[in-house]
Design a protein around this ligand. Structure first.
Ligand code: GNR
Ligand code: NI
Length: 167
């Protein structure tokens, strides 16, 4: 297993639309294991493959306190959205920033599990937020896109400055 480097906003590679996974094989399962390792190490409650520069439709999530309820979804899709909730979001690709975002309160998502079987997840609260946040990553969308242009610009400047200072 390996911990991967996480891309930071405004890296253009975070904006690509990721390609569907054709077959859930051992290579995909290894990638899922690496994504969990990277997410737990970060630490984060979710990770999408594009964040580690892999343009495939793969997400992993664990919102449990004990970090022992891993959920991996291949080619995930949201099939139902209901209601709305506003909550503070962060992103491993936008470190140090937390802002309120309005999302659906309840969602149903479906995809494939690590064995290639069909998996449907009904979610509300934080899990619903996380599913929407991760699936957005697969379409090149970031939580900062829901903020005002002024806030997004301020965040982008801050990230660019942090990058310059790290060089
Ligand atoms: O670790 C994460 N925390 C988080 C908090 C509130 C809403 C969404 C998230 S997802 C984020 C990890 C991440 O960037 N996943 O793409
Ligand atoms: Ni994120």
């Amino acid at each position: 297993m390996a911990i991967h480097h996480i891309l930071h906003y405004p890296d253009p590679r975070l904006r690509f639309k990721a390609a569907p996974v054709a077959r859930v094989d051992d290579e995909i399962r290894m990638l899922i294991d690496d994504m969990f390792e990277t997410m737990y190490a970060a630490p984060g409650i979710g990770l999408a493959a594009p964040q580690i520069n892999i343009s495939k439709r793969l997400i992993v999530i664990d919102i449990s306190e004990k970090r022992n309820e891993p959920l991996a979804l291949v080619n995930p899709e949201i099939t139902l959205r209901e209601g709305s909730q506003k909550s503070d979001e962060g992103c491993l690709s936008v470190p140090g920033i937390s802002e309120g975002v309005e999302r659906a309160a309840r969602v149903v998502a479906r995809g494939l599990d690590r064995d290639g079987g069909a998996l449907e997840v009904e979610a509300e609260g934080l899990l619903a937020v996380c599913l929407q946040h991760e699936i957005d990553h697969l379409d090149g969308k970031l939580f900062v896109d829901y903020l005002t242009e002024m806030k997004r610009k301020r965040i982008r400047k801050k990230m660019e400055k942090a990058r310059r200072q790290a060089m």
